[in-house]
Design a protein around this ligand. Structure first.
Ligand code: ATP
Ligand code: MG
Length: 333
């Protein structure tokens, strides 16, 4: 069991404040994903939790015990990075056994722990191989295995899949989902840029913006009820459409946000525009529409679209599936 509590955490480099009053309570066994624009402080927060960075003020606690002054190696935390940094001259087994050998654990215990981790990560057939003979996804799994054998209370991942190609990302994401299910007691904090990873892996997502927490919630809470224009625009792919100015006025809002899948072509719709192009993806299609704003709107249709560039369409949101924001980006009731 291992809850993680961050209270009033600030972190500065020199006189630049990077993290500003972070408060976060992560339950034992929870899988929490940090997302946010590049440079917003995701890695810094992860490194503060691990102890690789000192914090400027505030407290960090694991299971209710303050760990501010506890050395990183004594916090019961394991971290997996984007670059896996395996020892090239050692086999997969020896890479995974390395930290246990340093602890002078009995040989049989080491073997049992490494075998169990290899089993979890489907690495058993590769234990005698060297890292250079493995794919990127397999190497990243070895790096995860190296962390698992240490039996951490808290697992931290910093964009572990971002060096992998699309197919390997999907396969390794599924491995991580399995790992999560097989370690229900282990708390996991995971940083990613990938919407699908965030939406599918997270119990809760933390959206960071310029060193502050914007919103914390389950993936569907953030998707369905964003508490700011920032979160509305950040969560979801394609990005939520934002309609402003005169076209938002009938809604009594500064900005109306509608997701691509919630826009319907309809003669009674409040908006009209010209088709720029449509993308047919087979299962669905995206129609890009110029409504005289700087960015085109995106409308999603099931199946193939027969819309052609230059066609004028009238469209609007389905039912109540839209979000109204004021000029400050705050939601209107
Ligand atoms: N050692 C350091 N010294 C000074 N500034 C730093 C240091 N490490 C990070 N920063 C700054 O802190 C801010 C947050 O960096 P951080 O790496 O946490 O961002 P991030 O959210 O992980 O971004 P990305 O998505 O690009 O990985 C950035 O402006 C960065 O330049
Ligand atoms: Mg980072």
């Amino acid at each position: 069991m291992s809850s993680l509590t961050v209270t009033n955490l600030f972190k500065s480099y020199g006189n630049v404040e990077i993290l500003k009053d972070i408060n976060l309570a992560i339950d034992s066994g929870e899988f929490v994903v940090f997302v946010g624009p590049s440079g917003c402080g995701k890695s810094t927060l992860l490194r503060c939790i691990s102890g690789l960075e000192t914090i400027s003020s505030g407290t960090l606690a694991i299971d209710g015990q303050e760990v501010n002054d506890i050395a990183p190696s004594k916090r019961g935390i394991a971290m997996v990075f984007q670059s896996y940094a395996l020892y090239p001259h050692m086999t997969v087994f020896d890479n995974m056994a390395y930290s246990l050998k340093l602890q002078h654990l009995p040989k049989e215990d080491i073997r049992a722990k490494v075998n169990a981790a290899a089993e979890k990560l489907q690495l058993t057939p590769y234990l005698d191989r060297h890292p250079r003979t493995l794919s990127g996804g397999q190497r990243q799994r070895v790096a995860i295995g190296r962390a698992i054998v240490r039996d951490p209370k808290v697992f931290l991942f910093d964009e572990p899949l971002s060096n992998l190609d699309a197919a390997l990302r999907v396969a390794t994401r599924l491995e991580i989902a399995r790992l999560k299910a097989s370690l229900p007691q282990t708390t996991m904090v995971y940083v990613t840029h990938d919407q699908v990873e965030a939406m599918t892996l997270a119990d809760r997502i933390v959206v960071l913006n310029a060193g502050r927490i914007e919103q914390v919630g389950t993936p569907m809470e953030l998707y369905d009820s964003p508490k700011s224009l920032f979160v509305a625009g950040f969560i979801g792919s394609p990005k939520m459409n934002f309609i402003t100015g005169e076209q938002a006025a009938p809604f009594g809002a500064h900005t109306v946000g509608v997701r691509a899948e919630h826009l319907d072509i309809s003669d009674s719709g409040p908006w009209s525009g010209t088709v720029i192009y449509s993308e047919n993806l087979g299962s669905d299609s995206f129609i890009y529409i110029d409504i005289g704003a700087t960015e085109p709107l995106v409308l999603r249709q099931n199946g193939k679209s027969s819309r052609t560039p230059g066609e004028v369409l009238r469209f609007g949101p389905q039912g109540q599936s839209f979000h109204c924001f004021d000029a400050q980006g705050q939601p209107l009731a």
